[in-house]
Design a protein around this ligand. Structure first.
Ligand code: NBP
Length: 482
């Protein structure tokens, strides 16, 4: 029987798991047990990284025996059935009080189900969202753990030791119970979709409006990265646009097939938002834009549909680029505001006590949406923890006041030029909707009452009403059927 020498274990040694195991091993005080279904990956990791002094295990039993109690293991396997298979195996060899962490990209309802089932054995189960890709896993990711308070006592110091650090603070917080961590990670990915789409629209408008080359636009993004848009995604956009294809000598972006893939987290964010009744239009449009791009058969037959007669040319290049920058910033504020709305609604629905300011802080480092801008979100929630709409925080209101005219000009220009800008324009529509004194929802209620007797309320007196549309059209008091 091996000596219980490890304080943490990792199951699943593909790219994410092996990098996370190396990250753990590099931190003072950690001894890391490792296990993978097929032993080859364990052997490879052992031979390539002797400095990590891993404790290898060939079976789940050996793995459990090599861990100090309470045993703590992080699962990094393919999300879905593989995760369930590993949990079942660990539950057989772990004991009450031990902690199983799923660090994969699980769908949060699965995490809620798993937590409930594992809790019945007395073992703790923690679903932890981990963002930052391969590099983050190795050097410091942003970590969003859910699970019980009891597991956080043991797990907290370990996760803090491996997380990214932003302005002196580790990018990890106990998000809330059961599926809260994976829920927040899901919304993080949804916001990532929106942010990427907005950047792509900005690039497309500048390219088609000014005729600048990808390399020239790379310089614009690099410049933007020194100001209020500073973020990892803007930084890598400049890198991608600068890249030249070795084979053809063309800008790489021009030889990449224009069909964007997705692994499902954007769709989960939108599906969840629909069921919570939260309008995350920026994330939805970004997800749909990827879907639209990935239907070549439809695009092929639609290519001859008529577009605007006039060619799109921008008269004042400098001011157009500045307009696009401001439209991007304003739309980005909307996308984040909508994402935080979804987290608030999820917390209310699932009874999670989520600190929105703390979430914005743990996204400042390690993860894909890391940005200077997240400090402003943290400030806004610190000043008013119950802030109902992030957009209304003074900093963001000021930013939108500054950006508004540009934002509208860009959306008009895109529509006139026939350039799709779904995330820019839907963000502006959301903005105009949320600030409207009166919405045409009144007419929708009238229509609903007409065909389905769905009733309506009035602005001038309490109660619920129905107009007898198929009779004499008098109004009667009705039961509330909303
Ligand atoms: P993969 O998602 O490619 O999964 C491969 C691992 O799963 C291997 O270790 C494999 O073992 C193991 N596995 C499978 Br498949 N079925 C198994 C089973 N029935 N029992 C035990 N192990 C099984 O690995 P990854 O790309 O490193 O990602 C790991 C997790 O991290 C995923 O949930 C992913 O969504 C998440 N994530 C990935 C990224 C990223 O940038 N890649 C970022 C953030 C989160 P084997 O070697 O024996 O086949």
């Amino acid at each position: 029987m091996p000596e219980a020498s490890a304080n943490i274990g990792v199951v699943g040694l593909a790219v994410m798991g092996s990098n996370l195991a190396r990250n753990l091993a590099s931190r003072e005080g950690n001894t890391v047990a490792i296990f993978n279904r097929s032993y080859e990956k364990t052997e490879t990791l052992l031979s390539e990284h002797p400095e990590a002094e891993f404790v290898p295990a060939a079976t789940y039993r050996e793995f459990a025996d090599s861990l100090q109690k309470p045993r703590t293991a992080i699962i990094m396997v393919k999300a879905g059935r593989p995760t369930d298979a590993v949990i079942d195996s660990l539950v057989e060899v772990f004991e009450p009080g031990d902690i199983i962490v799923d660090g994969g990209n699980a769908y949060f309802p699965d995490t809620i189900r798993r937590e409930k089932a594992v809790r019945e054995t007395g073992i703790n189960f923690v679903g932890a969202g981990i963002s930052g890709g391969e590099e983050g896993a190795l050097l410091g990711p942003s970590i969003m753990p859910g699970g019980s308070d009891e597991s956080w006592v043991t797990l907290g110091p370990i996760l803090k030791s491996i997380a990214a650090v932003a302005e002196g603070e580790p990018c990890v917080t106990h998000v809330g119970h059961d599926g809260a961590g994976h829920f927040v990670k899901m919304v993080h990915n949804g916001i990532e979709y929106a942010d990427m789409q907005l950047i792509a629209e900005a690039y497309d408008l500048i390219r088609r409006g000014t005729g600048k080359s990808p390399a020239e636009i790379a310089e614009i993004f690099a410049e933007w990265n020194t100001g209020e848009l500073e973020s990892y995604l803007i930084e890598i956009t400049a890198e991608v646009l600068r890249q030249v294809d070795a084979e053809t000598g063309q800008p790489l972006v021009d030889v990449i097939l224009d069909q964007a893939g997705a692994k499902g987290t954007g769709a989960w964010t939108v599906q969840t938002a629909l069921s919570l009744g939260v309008p995350v239009s920026g994330i939805a449009e970004a997800t749909f834009a990827r879907s639209l791009s990935s239907h070549p058969e439809q695009r092929a037959v639609s290519g001859d549909l008529p577009g605007p007669e006039d060619e799109f040319t921008v008269e004042d290049t400098e001011s157009f680029i500045e307009d696009v920058r401001l439209a991007l910033y304003a739309s980005k504020i909307v996308a984040y505001s909508q994402g935080f709305d979804e987290i608030r609604a999820g917390a209310a629905e699932y009874d999670w006590n989520i600190d929105l300011g703390a979430i914005s802080k743990i996204w400042r480092g390690g993860c894909i949406i890391r940005a200077q801008f997240l400090n402003r979100i943290a400030d806004a929630y610190q000043a008013e923890p119950g802030l109902p709409v992030l957009l209304t925080a003074p900093y963001f209101t000021e930013a939108i006041t500054r950006a508004q005219a540009s934002w509208r000009r860009v959306v008009i220009a895109a529509a006139e030029a026939g350039i799709p800008a779904p995330a820019f324009s839907s963000s502006l529509s959301y903005y105009d909707g949320i600030r409207a004194d009166r919405l045409p929802a009144a007419l929708v209620q009238g229509q609903r009452d007409f065909f389905g007797a769905h009733t309506y309320k009035r602005i001038d007196k309490p109660g619920t009403f129905h107009t007898q549309w198929s009779g004499d059209r008098t109004e009667i008091e009705a039961e509330d059927t909303h």
